[in-house]
Design a protein around this ligand. Structure first.
Ligand SMILES: [Zn+2]
Length: 224
């Protein structure tokens, strides 16, 4: 049996980890209305030496941080991630972990620390699942083929939604109102998708891929 990874509670009290939390928080510029953004990265454990190593991810945006590609640290396993939530509660923002944080942490197989003005919170498993074995990065393989390129498209998000709605509304009308509209920029363009997000409701709706430079609908599927 593979040795256990350190638990989230053990990691949280480690001085290297605490210093990383403090540095990520400082770099998030939480007090700067124009520049505040998410920072964070990856926490590793070397089972031979017991060393904890931290690697930073590229700085994120106001509302996100890309944690999908932990670099390899020779001899070490990824045992946690961390990221900051820089918007203050005083401005009406909720610093607690998002539902996406919960889902992604559970799906990644390592604890995710969220560094906030209220302190450090943790979501996901109590420790790296499966112990110190297998791939050195995330122990659970991520979902494929939905890589999102962060860039400035010619077609804005709002325009992409209007293009999709110009097709969908004449066909489905008010039925679209029970569906959730999701729009995200991917490598192949805007994905504008209507999803049934109501528990125990069957349903689905149209999914579009819209060229981010020309606004042309590259593909559409009418789910139901
Ligand atoms: Zn988050």
């Amino acid at each position: 049996m593979a040795p256990d990874a350190p638990s989230a509670a053990e990691l949280e009290t480690n001085p290297v980890v605490q210093a990383a939390f403090a540095a990520a928080w400082a770099d998030s510029l939480a007090d700067d209305q124009a520049l505040r953004h998410e920072e964070g990265g990856f926490i590793y454990y070397d089972p031979t030496t017991g060393d904890i190593t931290v690697r930073r991810a590229m700085p994120g945006g106001m509302l996100y941080l890309n944690l999908d590609s932990p670099p390899t640290v020779p001899g070490s396993y990824l045992v946690a991630t961390h990221h900051t939530h820089a918007f203050p509660a005083a401005l009406g923002h909720d610093p607690s972990p998002s539902s996406d944080d919960f889902e992604e942490a559970d799906g990644s197989g390592v604890p995710w620390f969220v560094v906030t003005e209220l302190g450090v919170l943790v979501v996901g498993p109590d420790r790296r699942v499966g112990g110190l074995t297998g791939p050195p990065g995330y122990p659970i393989k991520g979902g494929a083929a939905m890589s999102a390129t962060v860039m400035t498209p010619t077609v804005t998000r709002q325009q992409a939604i209007l293009i999709a709605e110009a097709d969908a509304v004449p066909l489905f009308g008010n039925d679209l109102n029970v569906l959730t509209l999701e729009a995200a920029l991917h490598d192949d363009g805007w994905h504008v998708e209507y999803h049934m997000r109501r528990p125990r409701w069957a349903g689905g709706g149209p999914h579009y891929v819209i060229d981010a430079d020309t606004g042309v609908i590259k593909s559409k599927k009418y789910y139901q």
